[in-house]
Design a protein around this ligand. Sequence first.
Ligand code: ADP
Ligand code: MG
Length: 300
Amino acid sequence: MYLQHFGLREMPFALTPNTGFFFALAPHAEALQVLQTALQTGEGFIKVTGEVGTGKTLILRKLLNDLPAPLRCAYLPNPCLSPNELRWALALELGLKYSANIDQQQLTSLIQHQLMALAAHGHSVVLILDEAQALPQESLETLRLFTNLETESRKLLQVVLFGQPELDERLASPELRQLRQRITFSYRLRPLNRQEIEAYVQHRLKVAGLSDTGLFDSAAIAAIARASRGIPRLINILAHKALMLGFGEGLQRIGRRQALGAIRDTEDASKPIWPNWLPVLSLSCLMAAAMGLWWRGGGL
Ligand SMILES: Nc1ncnc2c1ncn2[C@@H]1O[C@H](COP(=O)(O)OP(=O)(O)O)[C@@H](O)[C@H]1O
Ligand SMILES: [Mg+2]
């Protein structure tokens, strides 16, 4: 691969949400700030939404790493769970031991007792769900009932939902209005702007071991910015492919041509409206027209 060629220590644009690469861009820093504040105030439900690839799972991992000590965390990465499965999963995360033939009511009361026992020791529990748009409606309702439990000052269980914009559509349904009203803090991740994209690319290259920040020229960055629509995952894909192309051509600097090659090769990237050769063609047409006018006007 291209690591040695460009003087990199590790892959700069891998797709795993690795907190070692976290860059505190405005939307991500703000989302984390909202989460920290909401958790401190002890509110029931907190929600972070964003398009696919905008950085939700990375923020979630960052939150898990930095959770203040009195908060205990239960994390469900894949919440495509029925209400029963959700209870089992929560019980497991809370470290409960129970026999396999326990019924759902007993399980619910075990969970409640455990939450109260933890609260008595000064811990409140944060349940964090990724991909929450996939939660069935009855499971969302089950979660709401758990967050009914509270001490005089705070909830025994706080729930953080990370999800795609479809989550908002689901929550808009009249059946879920009670849950909707419980969401006191929410944040919608926006795509990155041009300056943020450039800073983002430089940051990842620097973390991967590059001291020279000019590896991508500004035309390459501009092309990637446009085609990625500011979505970090797409930026990673395009930057990685452009590096592969540059490496293949033995280049030390990535330009517009490699970026366009990467864009052509990426289904999800927005393609330029004007093909590459169009500006050249239009310039030639303009010149031909000017020549024609000059000729008809009698020339010199
Ligand atoms: N602020 C950021 N700093 C560094 N990398 C980021 C940032 N935001 C997103 N990424 C990267 O973008 C990619 C997509 O992020 P991810 O959290 O998987 O998105 P989502 O969960 O919203 O689909 C990952 O490789 C992630 O590391
Ligand atoms: Mg994710």
